[in-house]
Design a protein around this ligand. Structure first.
Ligand code: NAD
Ligand code: MG
Length: 398
């Protein structure tokens, strides 16, 4: 690659965003930061702008934009500060951008990620919720625009690495029997079931192997993360839900596997550090240094596997059901989960209530077909309303 690649990092102040900037900074001859976005941490975004000197920064609202613009101007930077969804879409689709890291958390990332896809960018997808919500439309937009979609989620990145280059012909055509998604099982893999009512947000966010944002950490603890990843895998690799198996692997060294009809099973291994999938996707089809230490198999010693327990982790069952139901079901699952996780993080509900809220929302609302973005956004709104009503009713009882 002779030319320097211009990169937009959506969600730059988050865990994935910072890891992406760490990799980019290791390769100044290859990559240049074109735009950075942040939502609530203005001081952090300012600090990142001072280091990476992007053409654009994007913040939540007009007030923050004016504030950051003044601070960057005073520091002698010519960065232009935009705001809101329109600003995010502008930097995602800008003609001078080569690749977009989609690392906003949750449904908020849908529109900007789709804007990058529709503009035919190289899209590095961390924001799994966007694909879960809008799967069919998202993948259709990828095909129509010629965007190059590369998974950042470590499991999907592993599967991508273990599949042949022509896997888009169909999994059966390329001899794949099934894909195996590994899951650490999170911090509550062995917590007594009754004790799950007492666990705190801090305990849920203390993941044994990965350091991540708070929402995905709670999702990992409930295994909704694996449920969302199951849906994500179905869309990325055109798999049916029953072709995707979840295996608990507490060491998080095998990031996922592909099982072929001849009995071969290919796996991708590495230390649990997101800079590996980020570097892989940034440089694909080449390889670059990521700063991740080499895997020391002797130090790892052993690799364990267990079946997931759907009594302990009802979110996994709910996600599989939503994958099978199709239509707007995954968007509702995702929205109800976002509301429930936020309420858990605010200590308004207990940990097992997360699954109860989601199940209640899915039972209350019929599934509609998805032929455009409108039913997806409507399902998202409706599920948020229903989950909010559940929280309010509970507030009255308490
Ligand atoms: P994080 O909470 O650390 O960062 C989230 C980023 O999104 C921040 O930059 C924040 O400013 C921005 N943001 C939040 N709300 C926003 C809104 N309403 N509008 C615009 N921007 C908003 O999260 P993270 O752990 O970096 O995860 C980001 C995404 O990557 C998630 O979809 C997550 O599932 C996925 N992912 C993360 C990891 C990981 O190791 N952290 C691994 C795999 C996938
Ligand atoms: Mg993952």
């Amino acid at each position: 690659m002779s030319q320097v690649q211009q990169i937009t990092v959506l969600g730059a102040t988050g865990s994935i965003g910072l890891s992406t900037l760490d990799v980019i900074a290791r390769h100044p001859a290859r990559y240049r930061v074109f735009a950075l976005s942040g939502f609530s941490r203005l001081a952090e975004l300012e600090a990142l702008c001072l280091v990476h000197r992007p053409r654009f920064a994007v913040v939540a609202d007009a007030r923050s934009a004016t504030e950051l613009q003044a601070r960057l101007g005073a520091a002698g930077l010519r960065t232009r500060v935009l705001f809101g969804e329109a600003g995010l879409c502008e930097v995602a689709a800008h003609p001078e951008v080569d690749a977009v890291m989609a690392a906003i958390v949750g449904a908020a990332g849908l529109t900007p990620t789709l804007a990058a896809v529709e503009a035919g960018k190289k899209v590095l997808l961390a924001n799994k919720e966007a694909l879960v919500m809008s799967g069919a439309l998202f993948m259709r937009a990828v095909r129509q625009s010629g965007a190059v979609l590369l998974p950042i989620d470590s499991e999907h990145n592993a599967i991508f690495q273990c599949l042949p280059g022509d896997y888009a012909r169909g999994l059966q055509q390329v001899g794949v029997r099934r894909v195996l998604l590994t899951a650490s099982g999170g911090p509550f893999r062995e917590t007594p079931l009754e004790a799950l009512y007492e666990v705190t947000p801090e305990q849920a966010c203390a993941h044994p192997n990965w350091s991540m944002g708070r929402k995905i950490s709670v999702d990992s603890a409930s295994m909704m993360n694996k449920g969302l990843e199951l849906i994500e895998a179905c869309w990325l690799f055109d798999a049916r839900p029953e072709q995707v198996e979840v295996v608990i692997h507490p060491q998080s060294v095998i990031h996922s596997l592909v099982d072929y009809v001849d009995g071969s099973v290919l796996a991708q291994l590495g230390n649990p550090d997101m800079r590996t999938p980020i570097s892989h996707a940034l440089a694909w089809p080449q390889r670059i240094d990521s700063g991740v230490a080499p895997l020391d198999l002797l130090a790892v010693g052993r690799l364990d596997f267990q079946a997931p327990d759907e009594v302990r982790f009802p979110c996994l069952r709910l996600a599989r059901q939503a994958a099978e139901a199709g239509g707007t079901a995954p968007a509702m699952l995702n929205a109800a989960n976002e509301v429930a996780v936020a309420a858990f993080l605010e200590r308004r509900i207990r940990f097992p209530d997360i699954a109860r809220i989601i199940e209640g929302v899915l039972e209350a609302e019929p599934v509609s077909p998805v032929d455009s973005l409108e039913p997806v956004l409507e399902a998202d709104r409706r599920a948020r309303d229903l989950a909010g009503q559940w929280l309010n009713r509970r507030g009255e009882v308490a």
